[in-house]
Write a protein that binds this ligand. Structure first.
Ligand code: ACO
Length: 431
């Protein structure tokens, strides 16, 4: 915990209280209100937590005004360009870039935890074929606590470590099998000779009837998508994982809660919603109509893939994703893809419109990711599961950090109650 260097003063009805202020290594100062209720008898009010720091953390930092995202201090564009997903996982989990030996051991550990308990096959088969893969993921990840009892004791550091490795290693298998089940194809088992990203593509697209060779450019693009989504500080799903964990719940249950939260269209579901929107727009000549709808206060339509709670400048992940979209579509020979053309023109027209620039609405990571994933052959329903797979390391790193924090206590927000005060029950015949 940082040391307080100065105070804020709160005055209510002529009485005042000093509140300590902490200065972070980066970002705005934070006023400590933990004793506010016991000292002053008032709560603070902050729906959506727009001004509330829920914890201290050393993992990820976002400067929304500058459009900067740092993992353990390293900028995301450097990590996406020079590193790879499993190295970023190590960095997020342990705080430093690994030595060559540490990386080899970590990669080997993750690779050797990718298989699922064979009985889980039966669990998959219990779902309807048309179940959304996110529904399957919420269920299967939650059920991991029923299959891996030996890593649910959160008071044991060794079990915490094993649970972290299992979650990161098995999530691609779970996501790929959710997909395979939905298309009625046999499950493809993990292969230890493939990289993390190539193994995922193989489990999704290989069939027993013929050999499937993973294109290294597609594996690299997949790895970059994983890297760009690896962590994003205290977003809704990460805060959900932390809140679930604050009660002492096991890691599989907590991550299942995070997956459920990520499912929503304002969060992880936005890339699916964005691609569906681009298809609905269809051609660049329809764009002005959709921009007018997005600006109309009486129309609930929003430009999906635009705007972000924290970034009030370009999302740095969107810049890398845009380059990746060009590379992947070029490789697949679809450089004249009409959806990409619509996306680029939409971005251009929106950024030339004062409505979007004045409200600081810029493309976010989801604006281009759906185009890449579709070009790779994924149906839209798989977009959010891939996000969940990528974000697992972020959830796990934040969960581990929280459990090691001596200030960790059960999360219990307060409320501004506006309902009835006490009244007497009325018997049904008298109502
Ligand atoms: N299209 C049109 N107008 C928008 C959009 C948009 N995509 N996003 C925000 N606005 C407008 C709002 O109508 C509001 O206008 P007002 O001030 O006149 O009322 C203003 O901009 C601020 O919007 P809020 O919803 O208050 O901003 P908030 O920070 O709460 O929301 C959010 C951020 C949810 C991401 C929002 O921008 C949105 O809905 N975007 C589309 C969905 C999306 O792409 N989500 C992905 C987020 S990234 C991720 O999860 C990985």
């Amino acid at each position: 915990m940082a040391e307080s260097t100065k105070n804020a003063t709160l005055s209510i009805d002529g009485k005042s209280w000093d509140l300590p202020i902490y200065s972070p290594t980066a970002g705005p100062d934070v006023i400590d209100i933990r004793k506010l209720y016991s000292d002053a008898g008032v709560f603070t009010y902050d729906p959506g937590f727009t001004s509330t720091a829920s914890c201290d953390s050393t993992i990820t930092f976002i400067d929304g005004a500058k459009g900067e995202l740092l993992h353990r201090g390293y900028p995301i564009d450097q990590l996406a360009g020079k590193s790879h997903y499993l190295e970023v996982c190590y960095l997020l989990l342990y705080g430093e870039l690994p030595s060559a030996e540490q990386l080899e051991i970590f990669e080997s550990t993750i690779t050797r935890h990718t298989m699922l308990h064979e009985q889980m096959v039966n669990f998959f088969r219990g779902f309807r074929r048309d179940a959304h893969p996110m529904a399957v993921m919420v269920g299967v990840v939650g059920a991991m606590s029923a299959f891996y009892h030996d890593s649910t004791d959160i008071s044991d550091p060794y079990q915490r470590e094993v649970a972290s490795h299992r979650l990161i290693a098995k999530m691609p298998t779970i996501a790929a099998w959710a997909y395979k089940y939905s298309v009625g194809q046999p499950f493809v088992y993990p292969r230890n000779d493939l990289s993390y990203a190539a193994n995922f593509l193989h489990m999704c697209f290989a069939v027993p009837a013929e050999e499937y060779v993973v294109d290294p450019i597609l594996a690299r693009a997949m790895d970059r998508i994983f890297t760009l989504h690896a962590d994003h500080e205290q977003n809704a799903s990460t805060s959900t994982v932390r809140l679930a964990s604050s009660s002492g719940a096991n890691p599989f249950a907590c991550v299942a809660a995070g997956i459920a939260c990520l499912w929503g269209p304002a969060h992880g579901g936005a890339n699916q919603a964005c691609l569906e929107m681009l298809k609905e727009i269809g051609t660049p000549d329809q764009i002005p109509e959709y921009i007018a709808r997005a600006k109309d206060k009486n129309d609930p339509f929003r430009l999906m893939g635009f705007g972000h709670r924290v970034y009030k400048n370009f999302d740095p992940r969107a810049t890398v994703m845009k380059q990746s979209a060009d590379e992947v579509l070029d490789l697949l020979g679809v450089e004249n893809n009409p959806i990409l053309a619509t996306a680029k023109e939409l971005e251009k027209q929106a950024l030339a419109d004062p409505y979007f620039t004045e409200k600081k609405l810029f493309p976010n990571v989801d604006f281009y990711s759906g185009i890449i994933l579709e070009a790779m052959g994924f149906p839209t329903s798989m977009f959010t599961p891939i996000f969940a797979l990528s974000r697992t390391v972020g959830w796990v790193s934040q969960w581990k950090e929280m459990l090691n924090d001596p200030q960790n206590k059960i999360g219990r927000p307060r409320q501004l109650y506006l309902g009835n005060t006490q009244r007497d029950y009325v018997d049904i015949e008298n109502r």
